[in-house]
Design a binder for this molecule. Structure first.
Ligand code: TPP
Length: 629
């Protein structure tokens, strides 16, 4: 594929570069531009994306890859009347910039700023809220069916990456759509990357489609057959006819779609012409475009993984290696434990649904390639796959973000827990995640896990405890989850593989009248608040089985119990404490602190926690308010 895009200058992004871009506050203005000006618009848009992401942090590589596609879509389709649904939505910065949010990009992913993903409340051009992948075809199909039912002639388009296409849900939607008489266009944005290189048979298949081998092999076979029946010459002249007659149709055609492509997704003229033609076609259409992650910015082209979601950086210099080593994150604590436990126990198998980097598994994947399984964006499959391994005596560890395990909930109950299989869930990103916002917060896991029989649920308060709990889970012989937060771990973890006593919390501070029962990340602010209040503090460690003996003891020796968790109050660890008290027949006043019954948006994690009263000051204030009533 040719990549005719102009490379970005290595620095010096002065505002005059955006003269044309500044005239576009609405795609109608883009549609009014002369065709020849669109290339300049693309160059300005690409420079603007790089400039603004370098100032705020956010997703970069994917957005540099969708510049031409975004312009072409808004040029050809009558947005917002025609509906464009972006899968995942991390590649929608060009779309945001062209749909009235250029200036707002300076507060991307910040409190009160715009989201890094499409959101219906943010703009009429954001037709569907996304962030978890592989929903776009379902949603666009729903919109197409709605248009038909209402007699509206609008077009509906789903834009989905090759990584997101690997999820079962995308195929469920394809299966459904292909058999329907609706005007739906699915655009496969194939950049041959997920966050890391994509995996699986679909990836291999797409590569074969691109290299043309599939087509030429089939063509050779048909040549042979046709020569024998004496019609080859005629057929050769009507290549298209021959192709339609004897070449194997693509997988997407088997699903009932009309497959078009592959075409160069950075060739604006071809994109516009192709989309304009497709717009006139009826029924399910499938356009395969090829783009490059990081297109136009050499550093990101060379290392699209590092530039997938960078923090702020200087575009002229690129991402800098920190001079002082950063404090290890919980993901790294997990990754180190994984390597050590794998060395100690050959039964360990580690599974990730497409999140190798984010889950801290790069070193493990290099050290233990035979025992490392990236299953693609396939959370449901990852859980049942682990269950199958566990049936055969292995000890699978599923490393998964709390928010993404929501996808595998039935598999967790039906395949793992009912059969009481020894699967360890290393649950990353428990609690508020910051810039990614409500779609990615791990706010529900205590609730959805603690209600499942056979499952043990732990929440470490520091690095060492995280490591010990992972060892505990691994050796338990039954299903267990260790839930830890995003970001820097507290303290350091040693190299031992010790366990913690199951179902036992520990008293960390003895005070009077008030006892704070802290879960996981909330131990630290609880201890700080307790010092000012002279309260007792327990590190509860286990959400399930809850240390009911400790709960009883604290209830009998204190006037007020305060539970604190970085999780929804409803159904969370505090609820478990209340259930335990009821079960014990103890009447004691309880203050439940945690996340309120609303979705928490994006922003700086510490500020967000403070905004919901989950810092030391907030905890102290809530307690003082209650006792002064
Ligand atoms: C259900 C789910 N699992 C995992 C993720 C994390 N994630 C975000 S982007 C991404 C890669 C997507 O790859 P692709 O669709 O090819 O888009 P590209 O970034 O290459 O443009 C992943 C795994 C997610 N958003 N949703």
């Amino acid at each position: 594929m040719s990549t005719a895009t102009e490379a970005l200058p290595a620095g010096g992004y002065n505002p005059s570069m955006y003269e044309l871009l500044k005239t576009i506050d609405d795609p109608a203005q883009l549609r009014a531009l002369e065709r020849k000006d669109l290339h300049r618009l693309a160059a300005e848009l690409r420079a603007f994306v790089l400039d603004s992401v370098s100032r705020t942090g956010g997703h970069l590589s994917a957005n540099l890859g969708t510049v031409e596609l975004t312009i072409a879509l808004h040029r050809v389709f009558e947005t917002p009347e025609d509906r464009i649904v972006w899968d995942v939505g991390h590649q929608t910065y060009p779309h945001k910039i062209l749909t009235g949010r250029r200036e707002a990009m300076s507060r991307l992913r910040m409190i009160d700023g715009i989201s890094g993903f499409p959101r219906r409340i943010e703009s009429p051009y954001d037709t569907f809220g996304t962030a978890h992948s592989s929903t776009s075809i379902s949603a666009a199909l729903g919109m197409a069916v709605a248009a038909k039912a209402k007699g509206e002639s609008r077009k509906c388009v789903a834009v989905i990456g090759d990584g997101a296409m690997s999820a079962g849900m995308a195929f469920e939607a394809m299966n459904n759509a292909g058999a329907m008489d609706v005007d739906l266009l699915v655009i496969l944005n194939d950049n041959e990357m997920s966050i890391s290189p994509p995996v699986g048979a679909l990836t291999n298949y797409l590569a074969r489609l691109l290299s043309g081998r599939m087509y030429s092999t089939a063509r050779r076979a048909s040549e042979h057959v046709l020569k024998r029946v004496g019609v080859w010459e005629l057929a050769r002249r009507t290549e298209e006819h021959v192709k339609g007659m004897v070449t194997p149709s693509t997988l997407f055609e088997e699903f009932g779609f009309n497959y078009i492509g592959p075409i160069d997704g950075h060739d604006l003229d071809t994109l516009i012409a192709t989309l304009a033609n497709i717009r006139k076609l009826r029924g399910p259409q499938f356009l395969h475009i090829v783009t490059r992650k990081g297109q136009g910015y050499k550093l990101a082209e060379d290392d699209p993984i590092a530039y997938h979601g960078p923090s702020r950086f200087d575009p002229a210099e690129g991402i800098k290696q920190a001079t002082t080593p950063a404090k290890p994150t919980y993901s790294q604590v997990f990754g180190d434990w994984l390597c050590d436990m794998a060395a100690a126990d050959a039964r360990l198998m580690a599974i990730t649904p497409a999140m190798r980097e984010g889950s801290g598994m790069v070193r493990y994947s290099e050290k233990f390639p035979q025992r490392y399984f990236d299953v693609g964006i396939a959370e449901q499959h990852s859980v049942s796959f682990a269950a199958g391994m566990a049936c055969e005596g292995l000890r699978p560890v599923v490393a998964i973000y709390s928010t993404f395990l929501q996808r595998g909930y039935d598999q967790l109950i039906h395949d793992v827990a009912i059969q009481n299989l020894p699967v360890t869930f290393a649950l990353d990103r428990g609690g508020l995640v910051g810039g990614d916002g409500a779609t990615h917060n791990g706010a529900f896991d205590f609730a959805y896990l603690r209600t499942v029989p056979n499952l043990t649920v732990m929440a470490p308060a520091d690095a060492q405890e995280c490591r010990n709990m992972l060892s505990t889970a691994f050796h338990l012989g039954t299903p267990a989850a260790v839930r830890y937060p995003r970001g820097a771990a507290l303290g350091e973890a040693g190299s031992a593989l010790d366990a913690v006593p199951v179902g036992r919390g520990e008293l960390r501070r003895s005070g009077a009248r008030i006892a704070i029962l802290a879960f996981g990340s909330m131990l630290k602010p609880a201890l700080e608040a307790a010092a000012a209040l002279d309260a007792s503090v327990a590190n509860m460690r286990f959400v399930k089985p809850l240390d009911t003996a400790l709960v009883r003891e604290l209830a009998q020796t204190h006037e007020l119990l305060v539970t604190v968790e970085e999780h929804q109050i409803m159904g969370g660890a505090g609820s478990a404490v209340c259930e335990a008290l009821a079960g014990l027949g103890i009447e004691r006043r309880v203050l439940l602190l945690g996340l309120p019954d609303r979705f928490i948006d994006h922003g700086d994690p510490a500020k967000l926690l403070a905004s919901v009263g989950l810092d030391a000051r907030g905890i102290e204030k809530a307690i003082r308010t209650l006792i002064s009533e």
